[in-house]
Design a protein around this ligand. Structure first.
Ligand SMILES: Cc1cc2nc3c(=O)[nH]c(=O)nc-3n(C[C@H](O)[C@H](O)[C@H](O)COP(=O)(O)OP(=O)(O)OC[C@H]3O[C@@H](n4cnc5c(N)ncnc54)[C@H](O)[C@@H]3O)c2cc1C
Length: 409
C-alpha cells in the first residue's frame, strides 16, 4: 500500500523506521507472524532507488539463508545466489592459513553470495505479498514525541505530514540513525581510516565456490565466488590513498588487486565498475529505550570485511519478530529487556570478532606474525576449534532466532 492510499496511519502496530535490508526483513517477518506493522522508508520502493540495494556483494551465512527462507524471501533470490562451499583465510607473507570446507561439516554450503541489489529486489517482491503491513515510501520520519504507552511519530510523505502512534518504535534507519539520536542513545564510533573498493573481476581459474579473506599490513582483501565464473572483489586501502586508487585505470587497479590478493585464482581481469565505501564502526551503547529498539546498522555497524553486518542485523530482526509474535504488548519493558539480553552474546561476540580481526590481522607488527600464523593453523587443524570457527562462520551464534536453525526433513 502506498502513502497516497494509506487509510490507517493511526492503526496501532509496530512502527519500523527504515526499509533497508534489515528493516524490510523485519517488516516481512512480522507480517508472516500475523503482526500488524508500518514501514517508513525515505527511498522510493524500487531496488534502484534504495541506497543500500547496490552493487556490494553480500556473503550470506548459512543461518541467514535459513532465516530468509523461513520468511519467504529466499525463493525470490535463490536463482541469483552462488553457494560458498569453501572458505580460505590467510595473511600475506605469513605461513598459517585456515580453511573450512562445507562437506567436512556435513552441509551443502557454508553460505551464499548475492549482490545486495538482488536481495533488495527479492525483499521488495516479498513486501508486495504482505497483507498486514502498511508501507509508506517515499516517506521520512521528521520528529518523535513520547505519548502514553508509546511514541507519536511525525512522518512526511508526498501527501503531507502524518502523525503515527505506535506501542513499539523500531529504529532500522542505518548507521547515522535519527531514531537513535532522538532516543538519546549514545554511540561509540571508530573511524578505520580505510576505504573499501567493491567490484567484480573474472579470474583465470575457476573459483570452485571458494571465498577468500586475505589480510595484509595495508588492509584486508576478500574475493567472493559469483555466478558465471565471476568473483566479487573487496579491496581495502588507507583512506588517504582512496582518491589515488579511485583514479587508477582498470589495468592499474587490477594490478594492485593482484599484488594484494596473489595468484591463487590465476590472473584477474575484466574489472567491473568500482564502488568506494568509507568504513567506520558505530556501536549504540544500548539496544533499547522506552518502547523502542534499534536493529541492524542503527544498532551496530561493523567492518564489512568480516561479512557480518546484514547477517547480524537479520538475526536482530528475526529475534525481535519471534518475541513480539508471542507477546500481548510488543513494547513491554520486559520484552525489550529479553530482546537485549538475548542479542547480547551474538552482538558482542560478532562485533569483537570483526573489530579484533581487522585490527590484529592488519597490524604491521613482526612479533605478531608467528602468533597469527599459529592461530590460523589451530583453526585449520584442531577439530574443536575448526568446528567452532565453522559454526560461527555459518552464522550460528549465541541463542539464535528459531527461524535460522536447520530444519530437518
Ligand atoms: C561494501 C560493503 C560490503 C558488505 N558486505 C556484507 C556482507 O558480505 N555480508 C553482510 O552480512 N553484510 C555486509 N555488509 C553490511 C550490510 O550491507 C549492512 O549491514 C546492511 O545493509 C545494513 O542494513 P540496514 O537495513 O540496517 O541499514 P541501511 O541499509 O543503511 O538502511 C537504512 C534505511 O533507513 C532509511 N532511513 C534513514 N533515515 C530515515 C528516516 N528518517 N525516515 C525513513 N527512512 C530512513 C534509509 O533510506 C535506508 O534505506 C556490507 C557493507 C558494505 C558497505
Amino acid at each position: 500500500m502506498n502513502a497516497s492510499e494509506s487509510p490507517a496511519l493511526n492503526s496501532p502496530g509496530v512502527l519500523i523506521i527504515g526499509g533497508g535490508l534489515v528493516g524490510a526483513s523485519l517488516a516481512i517477518a512480522l507480517d508472516a507472524a500475523g503482526i500488524a506493522a508500518t514501514l517508513v522508508e525515505t527511498a522510493a520502493p524500487r531496488a534502484d532507488a534504495q541506497p543500500s540495494y547496490d552493487e556490494r556483494n553480500l556473503a550470506l551465512a548459512r543461518a541467514t539463508v535459513n532465516g530468509l527462507d523461513a520468511i519467504g524471501v529466499w525463493r525470490h533470490a535463490v536463482t541469483r545466489a552462488t553457494p560458498i562451499r569453501h572458505i580460505h583465510v590467510s595473511r600475506a607473507g605469513e605461513f598459517g592459513s585456515a580453511r573450512i570446507d562445507a562437506d567436512k561439516h556435513g552441509v551443502d554450503a557454508l553460505g551464499w553470495t548475492l549482490p545486495a541489489r538482488e536481495l533488495g529486489a527479492a525483499l521488495l517482491r516479498r513486501l508486495d505479498e504482505c497483507t498486514r503491513l502498511t508501507r509508506l515510501a517515499p516517506a521520512t520520519l521528521m520528529a518523535l514525541e513520547p505519548v502514553a504507552d508509546g511514541w507519536r511519530a511525525q512522518v512526511r510523505t508526498a501527501a503531507g505530514v502524518h502523525s503515527i502512534d505506535t506501542p513499539l518504535l523500531v529504529g532500522a534507519d542505518g548507521t547515522g540513525s535519527f531514531v537513535r539520536v532522538q532516543l538519546g542513545i549514545e554511540a561509540e564510533q571508530h573511524d578505520y581510516r580505510q576505504t573499501l573498493f567493491v567490484c567484480t573481476v573474472t579470474p583465470e581459474r575457476d573459483h570452485a565456490n571458494r571465498a577468500y579473506e586475505r589480510f595484509a599490513d595495508d588492509g584486508p582483501i576478500a574475493v567472493l565466488p559469483l555466478a558465471e565464473r565471476r568473483c566479487g572483489l573487496v579491496l581495502t586501502v588507507a583512506a588517504d590513498e582512496a582518491a589515488a586508487v579511485a583514479a587508477l585505470d582498470d589495468a592499474a587497479f587490477v594490478e594492485l588487486a593482484q599484488r594484494r590478493f596473489g595468484w591463487r585464482l590465476g590472473r584477474l581481469s575484466r574489472p567491473g565498475k568500482r564502488h568506494p565505501y568509507a568504513i567506520q564502526r558505530v556501536a549504540a551503547v544500548q539496544l533499547t529505550g522506552p518502547r523502542a529498539v534499534l536493529v541492524g546498522n542503527a544498532a551496530q555497524t561493523v567492518h564489512p570485511i568480516g561479512a557480518q553486518g546484514f547477517n547480524l542485523g537479520l538475526r536482530d530482526a528475526l529475534t525481535l519478530a519471534e518475541l513480539v509474535a508471542d507477546a500481548p504488548d510488543p513494547g513491554a519493558a520486559e520484552l525489550l529487556a529479553r530482546y537485549a539480553a538475548r542479542r547480547a552474546p551474538d552482538r558482542d561476540g560478532t562485533m569483537a570478532m570483526s573489530h579484533g580481526l581487522v585490527r590484529l590481522a592488519c597490524l604491521a607488527q613482526p612479533l605478531l606474525a608467528p602468533l597469527r600464523s599459529l592461530a590460523l593453523l589451530a583453526c585449520d587443524r584442531v577439530p574443536p576449534l575448526q568446528r567452532a570457527f565453522a559454526r560461527r562462520g555459518m552464522g550460528f551464534r549465541g541463542e539464535p532466532p528459531l527461524a535460522v536453525l536447520e530444519r530437518l526433513p
